[in-house]
Design a protein around this ligand. Structure first.
Ligand code: UDP
Length: 458
């Protein structure tokens, strides 16, 4: 390695669950002597910087936060995966190229590697063009990448049609043993019934998978024993997780909303292993009925609870709370708009995690040995649920009843069942040990991280 600081550009896909793990990876690189340029879309950059300033956290000077446009107007719907993808492809490759050109022409440390989300694979093309090496990062379960990689084979075998739509109703995809079977209706493009949108999402993702071949490495936020079947199927994918922020530090973690840290002092006052933590990630939405049932379920459970109610968690205003619920919160609960989730899950008062099963939430629960009550609502979250409940056996499934609603009574009963299951709790702690062993010296994620870091330092 030369005497100059190695400089890496990091580019996440513009969604909360993609920005956070790449920010964590960036901190690992900072700790190992790298300089980072972290590139958000303008829209998300403003959210990240605002959240940092509201929390009074200074931006780490070794990590430059910069932004490029995503090609959409400020008020356009960025949850529309197809139109976001189309717009990004129109403008972002040029902006990325100009950004690298500016930095590398400025006389400072030149960018020599790019780490980009696999869903931003145009970056690998830009990197190649500019003589820079690149790494693809997969932030979801590696099993889901295995499925994406096998789509051409599944089409050839007639399981899916040429647009990735299942030919037979009710069939499940079982790419490899040890991996949960996947319902092809949960594949991202099959979540819409609009054929144009479906085609656009399908092509966007398949292009990404193809262009990833331009990257030198593909890494994922997982670990060997967690998904051994997936890694046997994809020996070229290196898991180096679980990635996590140091719980004791208050460094920038890429949150879009300012965390309400007051819940930590509240947690300090609760008995060990007593609190039900409820959070549905950055996009989960509950309708008014479900919101009320959940509130009533927490009330019925008669245990302390910490519930993350994002301003957009329910599409009605805050009067969705049932009468008397505020008194219940005052006596033994806490409701916050956005929590410091990693710190919450590491807190000894937390007994279980009611989750939508996003992959980051899953990894964070696993790493802290917290049993799960699974409440997925779309797509890949069902794969993660299946891993949690059927493969690792560290959680229980909610079973929505009439109208897809989980009743307050069921919430109470499932919490009791989960917390009374000593075998499940023992398995959770065992999995926690494995997760932590993986990132320690001698662990397989630790080794993979070193290989990747040493290559980038050469
Ligand atoms: N998160 C958080 N505070 C909250 C809720 C979520 O910090 O109140 C973080 C959580 O720790 C995780 C991310 O937001 O890192 C959500 O990612 P995940 O993959 O679980 O779900 P998504 O938002 O992508 O559906």
């Amino acid at each position: 390695m030369g005497s100059r600081t190695p400089h890496v550009l990091v580019l996440p896909y513009p969604a909360q669950g993609h920005v956070i793990p790449l920010m964590e990876l960036s901190h690992c690189l900072l700790d190992r002597g790298f300089k980072i340029t972290f590139v958000n879309t303008e829209f998300n950059h403003d959210r990240v910087v605002n959240a940092l300033s509201e929390r009074g956290i200074e931006i780490d000077q070794r990590m430059q936060l910069v932004s490029i446009p995503d090609g959409m107007a400020p008020d356009e719907d960025r949850d529309n995966f197809a139109s976001l993808g189309e717009n990004m492809l129109l403008v972002m490759p040029d902006h990325l190229e100009q950004l690298v050109g500016r930095i590398n022409g400025s006389g400072g440390e030149k960018i020599t590697w790019m780490v980009a989300d696999l869903c931003m694979a145009f970056a690998f093309r830009v990197a190649k063009k500019m003589g820079i090496k690149s790494v693809a990062f997969w932030p979801a379960a590696s099993a889901t990448l295995a499925v994406l990689i096998s789509i051409p084979k599944l089409i050839e075998e007639g399981v899916l049609d040429d647009d990735g739509v299942p030919r037979t109703e009710g069939m499940m995809i079982n790419v490899i043993p040890d991996m949960p079977p996947i319902d092809p209706r949960g594949l991202p493009w099959n979540l819409t019934s609009n054929p144009e949108l479906r085609k656009s999402i399908y092509q966007y993702l398949m292009n990404n998978v193809r262009e990833t071949k331009l990257a030198e490495f593909t890494i994922s936020n997982s670990f060997q024993e967690l998904e051994s079947g997936a890694f046997a199927y994809m020996p070229n994918i290196s898991p180096l997780g679980p990635l996590f922020a140091d719980e004791d530090s208050d460094r920038q973690t890429g949150q879009f909303w300012p965390e309400d840290a007051s819940c930590m002092s509240w947690l300090n006052e609760q008995p060990a292993n007593s609190v039900i933590y409820v959070a549905f990630g950055s996009t989960g939405i509950l309708n008014r009925n479900q919101f009320r049932e959940l509130a009533l379920g927490l009330e019925l459970s008669a245990r302390p609870f910490l519930w993350v109610v994002r301003p957009d968690l329910t599409n009605t205003s805050s009067d969705a709370y049932p009468a008397g619920f505020r008194d219940c919160v005052a006596s033994r609960g806490r409701v916050v708009g956005w929590s410091p989730q990693q710190k919450v899950l590491a807190h000894p008062s937390v007994a279980c995690f009611v989750t939508h099963c996003g992959w980051n939430s899953t990894m964070e629960g696993v790493r802290n040995g917290v049993p799960f009550l699974c409440w997925p609502y779309f797509g890949y979250q069902f794969v993660n649920q299946s891993y949690i409940c059927d493969v690792w056996k560290v959680g229980l499934k909610m079973s929505p009843g009439d109208g897809g609603i989980v009743s307050s009574e069921q919430i109470k009963v499932k919490v009791e069942e989960l917390l009374g299951d000593e075998d499940l709790s023992a398995r959770s702690l065992k999995l926690k040990e494995k997760a932590n062993d993986n990132v320690r010296e001698g662990g397989s994620s630790y080794r993979n991280m070193n290989i990747f870091i040493n290559a980038m330092k050469e």
